[in-house]
Design a protein around this ligand. Structure first.
Ligand code: PLP
Length: 368
């Protein structure tokens, strides 16, 4: 990894300009490997799992594998896929509403930890398993983009019920607590949440006789789509994390968001009722991120430059919601000009409604 780019290897820009067809996703595996290595180096003593739901693309998983301690999966589908892609990787199996079939698949394929979401789910696990109980703690997360309360995890009575069940069930081992309480937090807020979680969890685990307790404090590290060059401060986060107990994190978005581009070309430009629209090949059925997040997807215009105008960038779908970026500054664009939507490496293609309108699917390219 981290090899210097050879002189004849195209840069991401060059590669994007030379694509044979649009729309296309490009995953920058070189950049991703370097980014993952930096994160790994910033977190000595903390186990790093990647949350596959952010982007389960097999090439991405293979690129991350040397830099992570394991993969967190949230369904039987992800579990099967990750096990087939990385036969020896450690897997943590989380997610609400696990079925009996999924739980027995976990035993069959072999997982490192099961993150249990409720007493009923726990009662459905047969056979030996190492368990983390997912806690839904009333901790303060003032700046979160999304608070993961509601149906996720258990409050104290649910946790106590699970602990009683585990104490009476040989083969099921209570290893610790799992939380994933919020997303979109910066490093100081994440550290504050980690400290609050630890203060609650260690006495609880001690009271339930758990020796060598583990804490999985989840993912949710902030990604700022308005500042594509900024990064979560992994270094200060790593410095601030406690040295004990065994600590594990499972980020998704902050690992892969920066290393995907959705590249497409302009089909039409028109002004109606005073608004200028740039109509692009493809749409948010390929890149749903701006719709779900309610943001303007960051982009680079690869061919046009010159004086800027205000325009709204839309796709080919027959819905006013098919907007990549609203009323943004762009150079004067013409049909055939190429635009790359950046920060499309997480919660992008895999959360999109591909079949709506039956347009062709994008091609996928990997920069190695
Ligand atoms: C989604 C999820 C993650 C990853 O969250 P990011 O915001 O992508 O870092 C981690 N753990 C659990 C339980 C999740 O549901």
């Amino acid at each position: 990894m981290n090899q210097p780019t050879a002189v004849n290897e195209p840069t991401l820009h060059e590669y994007a300009l030379g694509l044979p067809s649009h729309p296309a996703y490009i995953y920058d595996l070189r950049g991703l490997a370097a980014h993952a290595a930096e994160i790994r180096a910033a977190l000595p003593g903390t186990e790093l799992f990647y949350a596959a739901k952010a982007n389960p693309d097999a090439e991405i998983l293979r690129t991350l594998a040397p830099h992570v301690d394991g993969i967190e999966v949230s369904s039987g589908g992800e579990l099967t896929h990750v096990r087939a892609t990385l036969p020896d990787i450690r897997i943590a199996f989380g997610g609400p509403g696990k079925t009996i079939e999924e739980l027995s698949l976990a035993q069959h394929l072999g997982v490192d930890r099961i993150h249990v979401e409720s007493p009923r789910e726990l009662s459905r696990i047969s056979g030996p398993a190492d368990i983390l109980l997912r806690a839904n703690l009333p901790l303060k997360t003032p700046d979160a983009a999304l608070t993961m309360s509601g149906p996720f995890g258990m409050d104290e009575p649910g946790l106590d019920e699970c602990a009683r069940h585990l104490a009476g069930t040989p083969g099921l081992d209570l290893c610790g607590i799992h939380v994933h309480l919020a997303s979109g937090l910066d490093a100081p807020a994440m550290l504050d949440l980690a400290a609050q979680t630890r203060d609650w969890a260690l006495p609880w685990l001690d009271a339930h006789g758990v020796r060598d307790p583990e804490l999985n404090i989840g993912g949710g590290m902030a990604v700022d789509y308005t500042a594509p060059d900024s990064r979560f401060d992994w270094r200060s986060y790593g410095k601030g994390l406690p040295a004990n107990p065994v600590l594990r994190i499972e980020p998704g978005r902050a690992m892969t968001a920066y290393h995907g581009w959705y590249v497409t070309d302009v089909l039409d430009v028109k002004t109606t009722r005073g608004e200028t629209y740039v109509i692009l090949r493809g749409g948010t059925h390929h890149l749903r991120t701006p719709v779900t997040k309610g943001h303007d997807q960051p982009f680079e215009t690869l061919t046009a430059n010159g004086p800027e105008i205000r325009a709204t960038l839309v796709g080919q779908l027959c819905t006013p919601k098919d907007v990549f970026a609203r009323d943004v500054l762009v150079p004067r664009l013409s049909p055939g000009d190429i635009i790359a939507f950046t920060m499309a490496g997480a919660y992008a293609w895999n959360i999109s409604h591909h079949d709506f309108l039956m347009h062709p699917k994008p091609a996928f390219h990997y920069l190695r």
